[in-house]
Design a protein around this ligand. Structure first.
Ligand SMILES: O=C(O)CCC(=O)C(=O)O
Length: 264
């Protein structure tokens, strides 16, 4: 199964329309891939808080329509990264969209762990509550977004729900790039799963982005890693590697459940 990650340069001097069109063209060039992955909040930038409300869209908005058409034209599964979603309840959510090769919106995931502590996304957006898995013909994806990467229990939940590969769109800052790489590898090793972590390039809202999108195999080996600029990574994933790793080194079977609520 061939996967491509497009590490988009989120340049604040490029309009959202122009970026959307440019990304659509990049997707259409990837017909030989089975799955294409985009980063978090790439229309506006994950740190451009003041744009979230103005650029928020529904799941049938301009970005969703453009991504649906790009997925259909390329005939690929498209994880279109996330958009600032205006929910039916009026609240904003950081929502990832997955389109099937016929352009249907097959799945969406609202980011569960919001970043910013007492500001930014954490106060501007609502939190998701549902784990989302995406069964593809060869393997099942588990969805997470950026800051979620710091919460291993979410990934264990996704493994329990059948995930073999995690897709993690992000807008991770350069300042904590070492954490990004370390956590991507840690999630792969502890859950014996592929990790496809796709970040952004450039600087927006004054926050230099880490880039360095990364694909890690279920043994923790880095299969591909981007530099800091706009770049597309393409890797071949072997679903058997997940099953073989889990069988040859069956650590997941040694889990002791129920340790997360210590007695006081
Ligand atoms: O956890 C981090 O260091 C970065 C998280 C982040 O930037 C985000 O979730 O948008």
């Amino acid at each position: 199964m061939r996967a491509s990650l497009i590490q988009i340069d989120v340049d604040p001097y490029e309009s959202v329309n122009s970026r959307r069109e440019r990304v659509g063209s990049l997707i259409r060039e990837l017909r030989s891939s089975d799955l294409v992955v985009l980063p978090e909040l790439w229309t506006v930038g994950a740190f451009a808080y003041e744009l979230f409300a103005d650029e928020a869209e529904t799941l049938r908005g301009t970005t969703a329509r453009a991504m649906s058409e790009a997925a259909r034209d390329a005939g690929i599964w498209l994880h279109a990264g996330s958009i600032p979603e205006r929910g039916e309840d009026g609240a904003l959510y950081n929502t990832s969209l997955v389109f099937s090769p016929d352009g249907e919106l097959a799945h969406s995931y609202r980011k569960i762990h919001r970043f910013g502590f007492d500001k930014g996304e954490a106060v501007l957006m609502g939190a998701g509550s549902d784990l989302v898995t995406v069964p593809l013909p060869d393997l099942t994806l588990g969805l997470a977004t950026c800051y979620d990467l710091r919460f291993p229990e979410l990934f264990r939940g996704l493994v329990d729900a059948g995930a073999h590969a995690f897709v993690v769109p992000a807008g991770w800052p350069e300042r904590r790039r070492a954490h990004w790489t370390l956590l991507a590898r840690a999630r792969a090793v502890e859950d014996q799963a592929y990790v496809l972590a796709c970040g952004t390039a450039g600087t927006h809202a004054g926050v230099p982005q880490a880039g360095h999108s990364i694909v890690v195999d279920p043994w923790g080996e880095v299969l591909a890693e981007a530099g800091s600029g706009e770049e597309t990574l393409t890797v071949d994933l072997d679903p058997a590697k997940v099953f073989d790793t889990r069988e040859a080194f069956p650590a997941l079977k040694d889990r002791v459940l129920g340790l997360d609520t210590p007695k006081r």
